[in-house]
Each structure stands twice: as structure tokens, then as C-alpha cells.
Design a protein around this ligand. Sequence first.
Ligand SMILES: C[S@@+](CC[C@H](N)C(=O)[O-])C[C@H]1O[C@@H](n2cnc3c(N)ncnc32)[C@H](O)[C@@H]1O
Length: 398
Amino acid sequence: MCSATSRNILPEPPPDLKCVSEELASVIRTKISLNGPIPFSEYMEMALYEPGLGYYSAGLQKFGESGDFVTAPQLGNIFARCLAKQIEQVGTELGQYEIIEAGAGTGVLAADLLIALQKNHPPKCYRILERSAHLRQVQKETLGRRVPEWMDRISWLDEPPKNSWQGVFLANEVLDALTVERFCVADEGIRQLQVIDTPDGFDWLKGSCPEPMHKQIKLILSQLGQQPGVGYCSELNTQLPAWLQAVTVSLQKGLALLIDYGYTRHDYYHPQRRDGTLICHYQHRAHDDPFKWPGLTDISTSVDFTAVAEAADFCELEVSGYTSQAMFLLACGLDKVLADFELLSERERLMMNNQVRRLTLPGEMGERFQVMALSRGLDESLSNDLQGFSLTDLRYRL
Ligand SMILES: C[S@@+](CC[C@H](N)C(=O)[O-])C[C@H]1O[C@@H](n2cnc3c(N)ncnc32)[C@H](O)[C@@H]1O
């Protein structure tokens, strides 16, 4: 996700959107009045996915310049064209293969990938696993317009596939949208951050931490060289193993490519990162208040890629590569992709340069975003030699 990180003044939403947010806040308040303080994960679930009202469920413009943030596929087709190279390498070994994309946003990555793959080794079909009914509609419109000839081979899944399949599973910026628990270190020890309703709006409560979560956090913190002090807060993605298991259990042979902003565990839970990684986006402003206009604001967290690797072990997937987005794109032949653009006009070339800068510069998406490849059943020579990880492979850091 790309946006200006201004924590100053957020633009005021129009009155009709404020009403939608107030309606969602009232649903959350009712839940709290019935059940007492709720874990942050429940608040985040409702703020993002409450039917008809949550950020991803209501029909708001989220992506692109007129939305709240820009993702790599929204910048142009370079990201997809490079990704296609990695997919082709795996597709060639598999012969017939499918692509399943989770959380496909506006559908632009699917469209650009199908166009790029069309030339050499197209998939048999493309399936999309999407939680948001509104985004499914947007995806259908994008794909119908951009790749109408593919529409009879594109389908939408209500739940992860049950029947075994082979191919490539993709998730770009989906892990960061999974709901998380928040915790803090207090004088009494590790506390779960819960949400309460006050006359001034929602607020945090340091509640008692459920035993399994407490155990997991203690284990993570014990692995750090330096112990975080009182006041330290962070997040724990308790959903991750079950989610990964659900989406990959039927993958018989192939690769899962997970792309997101995140760190290894050591960096994620570094004691200096005292406020965790939670970030909210509203109209291209990043801020840290998830209680501001629930339903109108995106809420996400960075990904602990060590946790993804552990979840992969649990799912009997092999971690076959881990690198930064910049190195992945370069290894997938970014230079060759750019060479195709030589004949473009001056203006188009400027736009292309801008796209490459945002995808690869360290201060933009290049270093903040990581790519992890998880494989199952691939020939060893391929799983150890995936094109995207041929320049740098940082698995040793996990
Ligand atoms: C930040 S957006 C990224 C969209 C797109 N991949 C892109 O790069 O532009 C997160 C997407 O993940 C979807 N999502 C969140 N949780 C999901 C889940 N458990 N399964 C499938 N999709 C999910 C959201 O509805 C949304 O489409």
C-alpha cells in the first residue's frame, strides 16, 4: 500500500459517509453493550467486513488515486508482467495449471496477468477467492471489460477450494487485511488490548490475555535478544495458520506466492517498534487511530513473515523463497519488461519510470514489501531455483 504518511489533519468525510460510519459504530456499540469489552480482532473484523457497512463490504472507492491507497497492481502492468514470468516457470513444469487469487481488489492484477500469460503459457482457468461482495462485482466489471475472451474461464469462489488442484495461488496485500489481536506489556505483564465504548467514542482497555495468546506472545518475546519494556504494544495474527491451511490444503502441486509489507519476526517485534505495526488509511493519509470513522478507514498490519513460514511448516508446504519485492521484480526480468517499452512516447516513458520507482525504491514498496514462495510437490530442482529468488534469497533471516 502506498500513501502519504501524514498523521496530521484528515479530510472530513461527506455527511452521507459519516452516517454510514455512525451506523456501523452503533452496531459495534450494541455488541459491546451486550458482551462487554471486545478483543481488537472482533472490532477489526466488524470495521472491515460487517455486511453492507464494513470497509471492504460497503461500496466505497478504496483503490487508486481517488480512493484511500494504491497497491502495486494499481500502478500499471509492470508488476503483473514480472509476476507472470514466475508463474510461467511453474506452469511450464506443471503443464496444465490453474491460478487462484485471493483478495483480488479491483481485478486489475488478474486482467494484466491473463494478458501477459496469454502469449506463452496461459492457465487453464483463473479463480478468485474474495470475501467482499462489492469487490467481486468490481472485479467482474474490470475483467469483463479488459479480458472478455476469458470470462468463461474465470470464476469466483465462496470458500477455499475443496477439490485438489495444481497451479499457483496468489495473495497480494491480503495477509495485511486479516484481522489481528493487539497486546501490550503492562506492569502486570502481557495484556490483551480490547475495545470499550466511552462517551468520547471507542477506546482501548488493557484486559486479561486469553491463555493460548499469552503463551504464544511469551514465546515470541522470549526469542528476542532484548526484552520490550512496559508500554510496548504489538499485534499477533492468530488467524494465519488456519487461513493458510484452508487456502492451500487442496493444492496438490504448485506454488503459493504471498506478497505483502512486513518483516522477519526479529524486526517485527523489535523493542524499538513500541507501537506495533497497525496502520490506517483514509484518502491517502496514513494514521494510527483505528477508531476514527470505522467503515470509512482501512485498517491493516504488517506481516510477520517468520510466522508465515511457521504456518507453512504446519501446512506441510515448503518455504522455497523469500526476498524483497524489488529483488523479486528484478529477478523476474524487470529490465526485459522495460525494454519492451522503448517505443513509448516521452510522456508514457515518464509514467513508466514513476511506476518502476514506486515498485522498487527502498522508501516506496521495494524494501517494505516482501515476496514469499511456498511450494508443494514441485520438482526439487525447480523449487530450489525459482526465478524470482535467483538474485537474493533471504530465507536465512526468517
Ligand atoms: C488491501 S486489498 C488488496 C487487493 C488486491 N490484491 C491488490 O493488490 O490490489 C485486500 C483484499 O483482500 C480481501 N480479503 C481480505 N480477507 C480475505 C480473506 N480471508 N479471503 C479472501 N480475500 C480476503 C479484501 O476483500 C480485499 O480484496
